[in-house]
Write a protein that binds this ligand. Structure first.
Ligand SMILES: Cc1cc2nc3c(=O)[nH]c(=O)nc-3n(C[C@H](O)[C@H](O)[C@H](O)COP(=O)(O)OP(=O)(O)OC[C@H]3O[C@@H](n4cnc5c(N)ncnc54)[C@H](O)[C@@H]3O)c2cc1C
Length: 537
């Protein structure tokens, strides 16, 4: 196959135009192309009056070698790279102990799936419930102000991204195309095929639920086992080697290889690991608010006269501002046509995040507006758990500011910039459930973060006209942006000081999103498989 990069076509091009354009670039007749597959499609939004789709395609032609030779001077044409996944190990027939995977979010799912596909029959321990029961519990917080600390937006089958926009892109380096393996498995489990080629694919929350169930079924069919409501509360370590885990009900499970795919909200488990002597360190993350605008405002600013064109879908944005106090303010987890969700896992705390359905058809666009914080800001030098205390203080204060009922404290952008409390909503109705309590958010974050966000909003308005809309609504607090600590690992992906322990995914500080957590899960599964095989040699 031959890869042709950057074929540009107008938005409304007829389907056959792509083959014609590819043939033209290769200097051959369209009839010489036996098959064309789109590898990637993005759009160039810089010229709003002349938006173009940009394609990278793979074509199958007669006499490929001759065509490649003829095009050798064109840097955008070359042989298609092999993006298929190749297993690095196979389980031996005399496999003695099964690897244990703690946590069944994207990192744990892909670690378990790959181990199962390689024949290692993993045992998965997940503290939350199976995804459908979990969904009901999550709705209880949103509709009835009732939180289940073990079954919520953060905990349960599917992990933190289950109630999300399901954005599937990442900036991690991926020379082995492991992201492609993640996307291919998602398609097998029911995701739309377009996620394989769209530059910014997303799945939406409804489909994620059934996809997670199908991936669970595959792991079980391959000899794996998944236990829900099985919280790991202890780790047996002997002479620097993991020997097993203990569950909350006291059961002990012997294990020589344990993947820790805990997510960023497993605060009790982090404390347990710290007390057990597992090396970890505080790391930087970000805190801020969610901002909601009418989606039509964002569409107009981003797509100009093409706003509302179904080929483009609801517009997104990505913004960064370097504030004069040295802080970076950036948009985080932007959800076009979505809703703001209550994302706490601890009682008497309020945390915001965002999600969308596949259609992205809700009235508002939302995004986190967050400011970087470093261990120096929260006393994290020498105390790996200090970031958790810092998050918890902000979340508990947000609970109070919101009236103590799990409503989120909120403020209109105009009032926030003017430094006065909000008393009534304007044209934007916030989507956060169970509700928004209008107040003054000035004390919801450290002063430096408030100052940086006050400076950033007008700066963002220069990039997206209307971003500083006085009626736009801020809710808070957005604190679970990434893990506040890292469970540091070495080159063999094992903990720095406990052999057989494999920290993985976002909670361990090695991923920041569904795709990168899935990729990390694959890498860790490979490391586990290779270690098991090496130990049997
Ligand atoms: C509302 C929301 C929207 C999001 N939207 C997106 C998005 O659109 N795109 C994107 O890329 N990312 C999104 N994210 C972030 C994404 O979900 C995470 O980056 C990703 O889920 C991290 O995967 P993980 O497997 O490392 O951890 P998690 O998904 O957090 O999974 C960890 C699992 O471990 C379990 N666990 C924890 N402790 C224990 C224990 N002691 N014993 C047993 N089990 C345990 C938890 O119950 C959980 O199921 C969103 C997050 C949220 C909350």
């Amino acid at each position: 196959m031959i890869r042709i990069n950057e074929l540009r076509l107008p938005l409304d091009h007829p389907p056959e135009a792509l083959t014609t354009a590819a043939a033209h670039r290769l200097g051959i007749a369209a009839t010489d192309i036996r098959r064309l597959t789109v590898f990637k499609r993005s759009h160039d939004a810089r010229k709003k009056n002349a938006l173009m789709f940009i394609y990278n395609v793979d074509v199958d032609v007669d006499d490929e070698r001759r065509v490649l030779e003829k095009c050798s001077g064109d840097p955008k044409i070359g042989p298609s790279p092999d993006v298929s996944y190749h297993f690095v190990a196979r389980a031996p027939a005399n496999l003695q102990t099964r690897p244990v995977v703690v946590g069944f979010g994207p990192a744990g799912i892909f670690a378990a799936l790959l181990l199962a596909q390689m024949g290692y029959r993993p045992l998965v321990l997940e503290r939350g419930k199976a995804v459908r029961e979990r969904t009901k519990d999550t709705w209880k917080l949103w509709r009835e102000n009732r939180l289940d600390p073990e079954s919520n937006v953060q905990f349960g089958e599917g992990g933190a991204g289950t109630f999300s926009d399901g954005k599937l892109y990442s900036q991690v380096k991926d020379p082995r195309f492991l992201g492609r393996k993640v996307l291919t498995e998602f398609v097998k489990a029911g995701a739309p095929e377009e996620i394989l080629y769209l530059a910014h694919p997303h799945i939406g929350t409804f489909r994620l639920v059934s996809m997670v169930e199908r991936m669970r079924a595959e792991i079980i069919a391959l000899g794996g086992e998944i236990r829900f409501q099985s919280r790991v509360t202890g780790l047996q370590i002997e002479e620097g080697r993991v020997r097993g885990v203990t569950l909350a009900d006291g059961e002990r499970i012997a294990a020589e290889h344990v993947v820790l795919a805990l997510g960023h909200s497993a605060r009790d488990t982090f404390a347990m690991l710290h007390a057990a002597g597992v090396f970890m360190e505080a790391k930087a993350f970000a805190v801020g608010f969610r901002i909601e605008h009418p989606q039509t405002l964002i569409d107009k600013a981003r797509h100009g006269p093409n706003a509302g064109n179904p080929l483009l879908g609801a517009a997104d944005y990505k913004l960064v501002h370097h504030a004069s106090n040295g802080r970076a303010v950036y948009s985080f987890c932007m959800c076009p046509g979505g809703q703001v969700v209550a994302a706490t896992s601890e009682p008497n705390c309020v945390v915001t995040n965002g999600m969308s359905q596949y259609s992205r058809a809700e009235r508002n666009a939302n995004a986190g507006l967050v400011v970087n914080v470093t261990p120096e800001d929260f006393g994290g030098t020498g105390n790996p758990l200090a970031g958790i205390d810092f998050q918890r203080r902000l979340e508990a204060h947000a609970f109070e500011l919101g009236g103590g009922t799990y409503e989120a404290p909120g403020q209109l952008v105009g009032d926030f910039l003017a430094g006065r409390a909000s008393t009534r909503l304007g044209s934007v109705t916030p989507s956060y459930q169970p509700g928004v309590h209008l107040t003054d958010l000035a004390t919801a974050l450290p002063d430096f973060a408030i100052a940086a966000i006050r400076e950033a909003i007008p700066a963002f308005d220069r990039q997206i006209r209307g971003f500083a809309l006085p009626d736009a609504v801020l809710t808070g607090v957005e604190t679970r942006t990434s893990s506040p600590l890292r469970i540091t690992r070495g080159n063999d992906l094992q903990s720095l000081n406990v052999r057989g322990l494999y920290p993985a995914g976002e909670g361990a500080g090695y991923a920041g999103g569904i795709l990168s957590a899935g990729i990390d899960g694959i890498r860790v599964a490979e490391a586990v498989a290779q270690q098991i095989n090496a130990s049997l040699d």
